[in-house]
Design a protein around this ligand. Structure first.
Ligand code: FE
Length: 205
């Protein structure tokens, strides 16, 4: 890629996070997306970009309808795992999940961890290669509560668990290379080879 394109620049776009739901005659399904925008006010249209690999994508392709639930800052990581980390092709993402209701279009929307939902009917499909952009007319919209909408940035800072720090396997003397095995190095440790103190040791991870 050209060095005039810094991918990090794209991470500066602010996004919300949404649970996009759709269904067929057999089951309800949903996935997590960050690409919902309002397109026009009159008529009221929204757009969502969905990866073609997502089962939800196929459901929307076939049914032409979907719901969007706007996720809040109180959304637990488990909800992102449930809707974001598995495919509805192989699992029922609503199995054991009770925080949802059905809107006028008979599709599920979230009643907890969402502050609003929209029902929409697809009016245009734009093939974007890996993704399809669905442009859709809003047929129902409700505010559920006044909680703050979660942003992608907030999710990374406060919801997504941080990777665990690698465990210290041992300590190496920076002076002579002596290795002390074990996670702990006592403060009064003295290197048996060069007699330097614990402060001259660094952790091996
Ligand atoms: Fe040493």
């Amino acid at each position: 890629m050209s060095n005039t394109v810094d991918n990090n620049a794209l991470f500066k776009i602010s996004y919300g996070l949404f649970c996009l739901t759709a269904a067929d005659s057999v089951k309800n399904n949903g996935c997590i997306v960050n690409t919902v925008i309002q397109v026009t006010q009159n008529p009221l249209k929204i757009a969502v970009c969905v990866n073609k690999a997502n089962y939800t994508h196929d459901l929307i392709m076939n049914s032409g309808v979907f719901n969007v639930s706007v996720l809040t800052e109180s959304t637990p990581f488990s909800l992102f795992e449930r809707f974001g980390f598995s495919s509805g092709r192989f699992t029922d993402k609503f199995d054991g999940f009770e925080s949802w209701a059905v809107s006028e279009n008979n599709l599920p929307y979230l009643t907890e961890y969402a502050n609003a939902f929209y029902s929409a009917k697809v009016s245009q499909k734009v093939d974007c290669g890996t993704h399809t952009m669905f442009i859709a007319e809003v047929t129902e919209a409700k505010v559920l509560n006044d909680e703050k909408s979660v942003t992608y940035e907030y999710y990374f800072a406060h919801i997504k668990p941080k990777p665990e720090k690698p465990k210290t396997k041992g300590w190496v003397c920076k002076i002579c290379g002596y290795v002390h095995e074990g996670a702990d190095l006592p403060d009064d440790f003295v290197c048996p080879w060069c007699k330097h103190p614990a402060s001259d040791f660094e952790p091996i991870e």
